[in-house]
Design a protein around this ligand. Sequence first.
Ligand SMILES: [Zn+2]
Length: 172
Amino acid sequence: MNRSFVRFATAALGLVLSASAVAAAPKFQMPFPCKQVWHGNTREDHSPKLAVDLSRAKGEGDKVVAAAKGRVSKVRNLGNRSYGKYVVIDHGGGWSTLYAHLNAYSVKVGDRLEQGQALGTVGNTGTSFGAHLHHEQLLNGALQKIKFDGRGIHYYDGRDRYTDYKSANRCP
Ligand SMILES: [Zn+2]
């Protein structure tokens, strides 16, 4: 092999490796423990539009868990505005997930979480009317259509309509 071919092959391999790193989206799961069923609500006037609101009867105080393995990149309290208490997890490759209106959080910036590990509890903080979890999946800061267990959720239910989803997060 001559030297220029080796250089070319090395560069080509580098391109293939970086392309596969970009393509590898994490397989996000519902941010609740295995087998729990939550009502998902999406609507055109939701801010931001591709987010999902997850709720269930007496859901306030229930455990919220990481949708995928990652590192906590934000833990904030906006008081009675916007997201209220919220957490962001960085999953690498530009992917992140956001969990808002929390009652309380149990993590700090820099914590490494496994998929299914608790990060806080469902609440009604910020601009929220009734306890629910506001959830976002982002790529390089841009909201993506939400997938749970590799399947896209249903858009758009409208303000008073729900689709039920069952969590497969960390199921044995
Ligand atoms: Zn919301």
